[in-house]
Design a protein around this ligand. Structure first.
Ligand SMILES: Cc1ncc(COP(=O)(O)O)c(C=O)c1O
Length: 457
């Protein structure tokens, strides 16, 4: 066991890294990580940690992959930068073609960004510009779910469903209209999971009608949730209902696959689980370059993008769009996906991991629910399994599980949305390259972590 005890409390005179911006009340130690390989990370004291959540579900192909590093080095030596507004670059052409082929019909065009929030911004701006160009300028409203998370720019925070943001947004940016997320664990008493999903779909239609369909640009949803919902997987029928509702009202359906895409759920796109209810736009990031470079993508149909190109063209570019080194990283990551059969691995090893977590649930009363799809899983911690009562926010259980995890050699991602009113959980989403033996080690350390958590309460 690693015995990590305290976060640094003194502040550097200069710099201090990202951590200098975090709250002083943060009690979870932030180890100084110096190297990583596969599913493991090592700190400056030589302690080893299992990367339980792949950071925030980023490091899909694992750490220290020399094939990807070599491809990036080659590209940096060959052509490190080329402003995508005035020239084209080969890795950009290759990556967009490869992603579009993997995504399939309906997603022929790919716009590359430097991360998830930028991808969400571009998706929204693309649809807004298209609405203006096609003489539907009243379409300004974007409906999203409560709870949800779509990014950290001002406009993507306004779309995110987190009541903690109310004071921040008040008078500063207009929060988007919200509809309830089709939660599966703690549904209101008058419903079961299925009838609640219908209720949530009905709420979407009612919201569109209330706003006036001609004013609604898009409905945005994480098809499988991340930290905002603890890996919520809505029932199948929900996707067919929302597809139908959006189509009937001329509202674009956007899947935010920034966290759940790139094979995490056992299919290349999460949307591929419901092939007859495909969205109009998909955003991706995180696993796309698996942490080797900042990279995000908007997948869009040729008809929208090509028509917009005829009318006005998409006007908003970032300096780092389609950066050659980032694109080379993306291509090399896709090579690794193929070589190691990682989409299939996500399904197979995800199942093994899930079975192990279910076993832990039978041993630890504090575990209320295990949910997710493929290798994207969350463990919800409750104060009473019978009543499903969430852990009170003062219990700070999300932070405690991180601290105890560190002591047991686990790097865990846990965060609360909406002041924890929907519950507190942590992500179990290790690199898709994890082996059976490493799954066993992770579960053993998790059992020790939950034991420590129980003993400390
Ligand atoms: C579902 C979802 N959307 C958007 C984002 C924002 O992506 P990024 O942090 O790369 O800007 C995230 C990040 O956690 C996410 O989980």
């Amino acid at each position: 066991m690693t015995n990590i005890t305290a976060a640094p409390t003194t502040r550097a005179d200069y710099g201090g890294g990202q951590a200098a911006f975090y709250s002083n009340s943060n009690v979870v130690p932030l180890p100084l990580i110096e190297k990583a390989a596969g599913v493991h990370m090592w700190d400056d004291r030589g302690n080893r940690y299992v990367d339980v959540s792949s950071g925030p579900a980023v490091s899909n192909i694992g750490h220290g992959n020399t094939r990807v590093a070599d491809a990036m080095t080659y590209q940096a030596r060959q052509l490190e930068y080329a402003w995508a507004q005035v020239v084209q670059n080969r890795p950009n052409l290759d990556l967009s073609a490869r992603l579009a082929r993997l995504a399939g019909p309906g997603f022929e065009r790919v716009s590359l960004t430097s991360g998830g929030s930028e991808a969400m911004e571009n998706a929204i701006k693309l649809l807004r510009q298209y609405a203006i160009a096609t003489k539907e300028p009243s379409r300004t409203k974007i409906i999203s779910c409560l709870p949800s998370y779509h990014g950290a720019t001002v406009s993507t925070l306004a779309i995110s469903g987190d009541t903690r943001l109310e004071a921040f947004l008040n008078g500063f940016a207009e929060p988007s209209p919200k509809v309830p997320a089709p939660l599966s664990y703690r549904v209101p008493p008058e419903f079961d999971v299925s009838s609640y999903a219908d209720f949530c779909a009905d709420a979407l239609e009612a919201k569109i009608v209330e706003l006036g369909a001609e004013n609604v640009l898009a409905f945005i949803i994480e098809p499988v949730g991340g930290l905002s919902t603890g890996c919520l997987v809505p029932p199948d029928k929900y996707f067919y209902r929302i597809r139908d509702i959006c189509t009937r009202h001329g509202v674009r359906l956007v899947f935010d696959e920034i966290l759940c895409g790139m094979g995490r759920t056992g299919k290349f796109l999460t949307a591929h689980h419901w092939p007859d209810a495909l969205p109009d736009i998909i955003t991706m990031a995180k696993g796309l370059a698996s942490g080797y470079s900042p990279l995000g993508a908007v997948l869009a149909p040729a008809d929208i993008v090509d028509q917009l190109a005829e009318l006005s063209g998409f006007e908003f570019q970032y300096s780092y769009n389609a950066n050659p080194v980032s694109c080379a990283a993306g291509l090399a990551v896709l090579d690794e996906y193929e070589r190691l059969d990682l989409v299939n691995q996500a399904a197979v090893m995800g199942q093994a991991l899930r079975e192990g977590l279910e076993q832990l649930k039978s041993e630890f009363q504090i575990i209320g629910d295990i949910r997710g799809l493929g290798m994207l899983l969350a463990v919800e911690l409750v104060s009473d399994r019978q009543t499903k009562a969430p852990m009170p926010i003062e219990s700070a259980v999300a932070e405690k599980v991180r601290s105890h995890g560190l002591n047991n050699g686990l790097m865990i991602y846990a965060r609360t949305t909406c002041h924890g009113i929907y519950g507190q959980w942590f992500l179990v989403s290790p690199p898709l390259t994890i082996t059976q033996a490493e799954v066993g080690d992770l579960l053993e350390r998790l059992a020790a972590t939950l034991n420590d958590l129980a003993n400390a309460r």
